[in-house]
Ligand binder design. Structure first.
Ligand code: PNS
Length: 160
């Protein structure tokens, strides 16, 4: 039987409980799940890519079939290089759909052999995003329940 490798790409600056919820669902559905952090040149990141990777590795330790990696350039090229069959993306609300559909169709145009699979995180996290977490973090607001404990600690250490 063919094993299915899925890639869950993103910026993960930082990983949130919404991401973790999706990782848990993806780890159940696919044989192997690679959480792939985009090596981008964002102007004002909260965490460096190595810091994000380290936190992701820590919080995904419970799942033996989950791996954390870094990629640069085109996602479909990375997926091809990893022999992945699936790109996993989360959709929280209708507002995510338009951008996600556009990306999925563009990725399919570039690489028709790879399917994008959308999953919905728990409705508990439907309002949660890394962007809002970064903003609350910088303004010293409460992050409990929004990000894993170790991320909360790292944020506190960074902004105090
Ligand atoms: O967590 P994000 O920022 O929503 O993730 C966006 C990501 C990393 C999935 C997207 O920006 C991406 O795939 N970038 C890699 C470059 C690429 O392949 N661009 C073409 C997309 S159609």
């Amino acid at each position: 039987m063919k094993l299915v490798l899925a890639i869950y790409p993103g910026s993960f600056d930082p990983v949130t409980n919404g991401h973790l919820d999706l990782i848990e669902r993806g780890a159940k559905l696919f044989d192997r799940l690679v959480v792939a952090v985009l090596q981008n040149l964002e102007k004002d990141p909260l965490f460096t890519v190595p810091e994000r990777v380290e936190m992701l590795r820590e919080v995904t330790r419970p799942w033996a079939n989950v791996e954390v990696d870094v990629f640069g350039g085109l996602l479909v090229e990375y997926a091809r290089h990893r022999n992945a069959q699936v790109l996993l993306r989360g959709i929280r609300a209708i507002s995510d759909y338009e951008y996600e559909l556009q990306m999925a169709l563009m990725n399919r145009k570039m690489e028709p052999r790879i399917e994008t699979v959308f999953m919905m995180p728990s409705e508990t996290y439907s309002y949660l995003s890394s962007r809002l977490v970064r903003e609350i973090a910088r303004l010293g607001g409460p992050l409990h329940g929004l990000v894993p404990q170790i991320v909360e600690e790292r944020i506190r250490a960074k902004v105090t």
